[in-house]
Design a binder for this molecule. Structure first.
Ligand code: N01
Length: 635
């Protein structure tokens, strides 16, 4: 709800110093209906987040602030009023084009969906009681994380009965399980949120774990989804019955018993990063002290004054090491592969007071702000990770733009470690930018590594002993070992047994190499839909919540078509699935993560990239708008 403006000019002027100016103009033009607020000479020249304020010159920034002050002052003084109700959808393309440039033409439908003037344009446009009121159609969703909650909400909106089965005692998935100190998301808060439920008042530019968990909890409560969740219940097996075209889902109940649920469709929303991965290191069982995985943080264990060993330097370690380094007696970090660091000075910053004031007082500003962020991530860093086949330095960089990126990021590391050549040598990655997840950095990692009580070890671990960790250069005694060794991302849908048509076994079919059509459907497994399934992870562009929204839209469209046409099930055609996967594989081979030989969770044991989506967000959005029923056998 927008608050009335009561503040004096000088307070508004101060708030405007914190404004992101291009989307502010868009919001003011939309709220007042005055196109004069979008003059040609104030069109931003870029949406690149590395170029502040859309490339405005200082004079242009002053002009925008003056325009905004005049408009907000006029509203305060009653000489102008903001329009009531939703903004005019017809104006959206022009405003979107003003912000995102003429190239935005292709992206406009997607961008408008993201910043829609209507409350929730992506809500299903059908209801079961209209399409098939008497038909029994129940859906089982596995997992109550961000994706499962969304799927439940959408089914509820369509009037389709559903049950969510969740092994944990609460919602939130990864944001419930990962509670290590310093845990936060590395995608902007205004993007890492449902498009229809943005949060005007995010406390930080990048939300912390507790804030996100609270967001998903409140979503589950507010939408009524929580009432449909069976907590403490784990799916053991799901089996498709060829005769009835229905699924039998066997679950373990909280009391240890088993129960059968029946469903016409099953949606797996278990995610890719839900099963901690422990390394295989000789002697792991010999260690005398406590040890735990970063996703199973032992909060009861006080690390103050302890000798702590951390294995791994991925996104998780990167966040908790600076936190625990402050109190640990000593901290030894075992690094196998150095991460690239993306400079993000405001990574830990609270959202500036002025920006928050503007979100509260300018109707639609937070939406246009989201649009602005979104426009910059539609392609994101993709152009810089595309492989140039003529480029000959594959393990350093994969193209001229990638090499430029490498030079910029190396310069950043040189700046961070200027006073510590020993750490600098260890910090410069020997693989191309984009081959692994780049980590957002505001300098706290380097500061932690430079502490007197912290040691970075790059010698390979040879074994774990009863009193610590040994490498070729000696023994490192430890009281506690923390495994920051990531997740078994390739083990999609493990450890469930999933049996499809004619007794087909999903894990046998995959044989460690999971594939699906659009990441969602698999031949021989009718009416089984996967969310955050194979090849739907993004490395350098966008927010994974966007993918979940595309997936729920597509799944709901499929289910709607079944109900409308009186069919029982959809089964992906083998040839459609295969052609799609060939296309995905070919594209992934032309990305930095596909050609580099560096370790990463993006490849399965066979070396295939089974996790990543190699294209733009637009491409996934387009492919998931309207299911082509010819892609499926209709049962
Ligand atoms: O896991 P990882 P993570 N000996 O797999 C090392 C998301 N996430 O939990 O690089 C020694 O990235 C391994 O070494 P190497 C995000 O998508 C997001 O940190 O394989 N070391 C690596 O350093 C992220 O990408 C956020 O050579 C061993 C580390 O362990 C994904 O989750 C925060 C080893 C594992 O890193 C996973 O991140 C956290 C061994 N035997 C997570 N085995 C944010 O939003 C493994 N390693 C910020």
């Amino acid at each position: 709800m927008t608050e009335p403006i009561m503040d004096a000019d000088d307070a508004i002027e101060r708030a405007l110093l914190d404004a992101e100016l291009p989307p502010l103009l868009a919001a003011l033009a939309t709220a007042t209906g005055d196109p004069a607020l979008l003059p040609d000479h104030l069109r931003p020249t870029t949406v690149n987040p590395l170029m502040p304020q859309g490339g405005y010159s200082p004079a242009q920034q002053d002009e925008v602030r003056a325009l905004a002050l005049a408009t907000l002052g006029a509203v305060r003084d009653g000489r102008l009023s903001f329009r009531q109700g939703p903004a005019d959808e017809e104006e959206m393309p022009a405003t979107g084009r003003f912000l995102a440039g003429t190239d935005a033409g292709r992206y406009l439908p997607l961008l408008i969906d993201e910043v829609a003037t209507r409350d929730d344009p992506a809500a299903p446009r059908w209801r079961k009681e209209r399409l098939a009121p008497d038909r029994r159609f129940h859906v089982v969703i596995v997992g109550a994380g961000m994706s499962g909650l969304l799927a439940g909400h959408r089914l509820g909106q369509a009037g389709v009965p559903y049950t969510i089965v969740e092994k944990n005692g609460d919602v939130g998935g990864t944001w419930l399980e990962n509670t290590y100190p310093g845990c936060r998301v590395d995608v902007s808060s205004h993007l890492y949120s449902y498009s229809f439920l943005e949060h005007d008042d995010w406390p930080a530019y990048f939300s912390t774990q507790d804030v996100l968990l609270d967001y998903f909890r409140r979503f589950a409560d507010r939408t009524g989804v929580r009432e449909r969740i069976r907590f403490g219940t784990e799916v053991l097996a799901a089996e498709f019955d060829d005769e009835t075209c229905a699924w039998t889902v066997r679950v373990r109940t909280p009391d240890g018993g088993t129960e059968i649920l029946r469903a016409q469709a099953v949606i797996s929303a278990v995610g890719q990063l839900n099963r901690p991965s422990y390394p295989r290191i000789e002697g792991m069982g010999d260690f005398n002290g406590p040890s735990f995985h970063s996703a199973r943080w032992e909060h009861g264990l006080d690390l103050t004054g302890k000798r702590v060993a951390v294995i791994g330097t991925g996104a998780s370690a990167f966040q908790f090491v600076p936190e625990i380094a402050r109190t640990a007696g000593s901290l030894v970090i075992f690094q196998r592969t150095a991460p690239w660091l993306g400079p993000t000075p405001h990574y830990h910053a609270p959202v500036a007071d002025g920006l928050r004031w503007l979100f509260r007082h300018v109707p639609g500003y937070s939406r246009w702000y989201r649009f602005w962020l979104f426009a910059s991530t539609v392609e994101g860093g993709l152009p810089a990770v595309e492989v140039d086949p003529a480029w000959r330095d594959g393990e350093r960089s994969v193209s001229a733009p990638n090499d430029e990126r490498r030079a910029l990021l190396t310069a950043y590391l040189e700046h961070l470690f200027a006073d510590r050549p020993d750490l600098l040598r260890a910090a410069i990655p020997d693989y191309p930018p984009g081959a692994k997840r780049m980590l957002r950095d505001n300098g706290v990692w380097a500061a932690a590594l430079k502490r007197d009580n912290v040691t970075l070890v790059t010698d390979p671990i040879s074994r774990i002993t009863d009193h610590g960790i040994s490498t070729d250069d000696g023994d490192h005694d430890a009281d506690v070992i923390i495994y920051a060794t990531g997740f078994s991302a390739s083990d999609f849908l493990m450890p469930m047994t999933v049996t499809g048509r004619n007794g087909a076994d999903l894990h046998k079919r995959w044989n460690g190499d999971a594939r699906a059509y659009l990441g969602m459907t698999v031949p021989e497994f009718p009416n089984l839909f996967l969310m955050y399934g194979p090849n739907t992870n993004i490395v350098v562009n966008g927010s994974i919540i966007f993918f979940s929204e595309c997936e729920t839209h597509y799944i709901l469209e499929c289910l709607g078509s079944l109900l409308r046409d009186g069919h029982r099930a959809l089964e992906c055609r083998e040839e459609v699935h295969d052609a799609y996967n060939e296309m995905i594989d070919a594209a992934n081979r032309r990305r930095a993560w596909g050609v580099s030989t560096v370790n990463s969770w993006y490849k399965n044991a066979l070396g295939r990239v089974a996790q990543n989506w190699p294209f733009t967000l637009m491409e996934y959005w387009e492919r998931t708008r309207v299911p082509d029923i010819d892609d499926y056998h209709v049962l």
